[in-house]
Design a protein around this ligand. Sequence first.
Ligand code: NAP
Length: 336
Amino acid sequence: MTMNRQWTLKRRPQGVPRDDDFELVEGQVPEPGEGEFVTRNLILSVDPAQRGWMDEGGNYFPPIPLGAPVSAGVIGEVIASRNPDFAIGERLYAVGSWSEYSLLGSGFVFRKLPAGGDIPLAKYNSLLGGMGCSALIALRDIGKPRAGETLFISGAAGNMGTLAGQIGKIFGCRVVGSAGTEEKCRYLENELSFDATLNYRTAGDLSAALKGVCPEGIDIYYDNVGGPMLEAVLDNIKLHARIVMNGSIAEYNDTEPRPGPRNLWNLLVKRAFIEGFLLPDFADKIDDALVLLEEWYREGRLDAREDVRTDFAHMPAVFRALFDGSNTGKLMVSLE
Ligand SMILES: NC(=O)c1ccc[n+]([C@@H]2O[C@H](COP(=O)([O-])OP(=O)(O)OC[C@H]3O[C@@H](n4cnc5c(N)ncnc54)[C@H](OP(=O)(O)O)[C@@H]3O)[C@@H](O)[C@H]2O)c1
């Protein structure tokens, strides 16, 4: 009998998740019911957003119930099916969990992967799936970039940040990013052609540091971090600036409510806006976005870095890499 190991949520984390907030449990591989199918998971995604799903309040997803597997993006191969649309052997990208096997229905599937394609599997997690679509659609449809405008990106060396930065360059923007180490800043400038960077950990006064790298002000802010950087950006926005709220990783482990930016008034002064982004609101744009992302990837204009781990036995420690900044690309665990 094949067994299925799954990481479950044992306790709601307080602050940065600890090992004992989770439990690795073993059970039988489920049998598909009518309309369902089972995947053997090849890649498990490790995403900052999962931290929010672990909290009592939940957010745009209901909270993960205690004792339930930790919800996660997965790339899996169908091994049993009672759904005519999903044949054994097909590979897909779906919402599953940190599990060796997942029981799924068609509503969980984001996309099928081409059979026998030449693109590495991990790219479908870092670039040619929900991540790439989010970076492209959020920047293009909310940020509305125009050539010559200044695009500032926080969390710039992360998966979303590097994608948004490269896409910003394709649209002809002057691209500036913040990251937490000098090595990450050099990578952004030397490998990804960012026009300027700042190390937010050593910058001191963030508002003044931003003025240094964006002397004419910021037209578009692609916000991955929230926290104090948002206030600093609001001090530096230009007339009709657009702020795309893509994520707030600086706040995900807060245990107390954080004071909001003290300078929201600047939105009125500059007739600017902040808009939150979630991909399901743009479902009708996903197919076209996937085609465009693959085209740019094949042309060598857009790529992602992956940080593929193999330590499924230590998922909580892998997860923490997102919050101490030690991940070196889109974080995921391979089970192949
Ligand atoms: N709206 C959507 O549809 C959507 C989709 C995907 C992701 N997101 C959001 O996008 C953001 C980035 O996700 P990602 O997948 O690209 O993760 P990631 O950037 O690949 O990894 C996380 C990085 O965030 C930085 N970070 C961690 N704690 C921080 C803090 N307190 N202050 C500033 N930076 C911090 C670290 O880099 P440093 O060394 O630079 O600190 C870390 O390496 C997250 O907020 C995520 O929730 C949103």
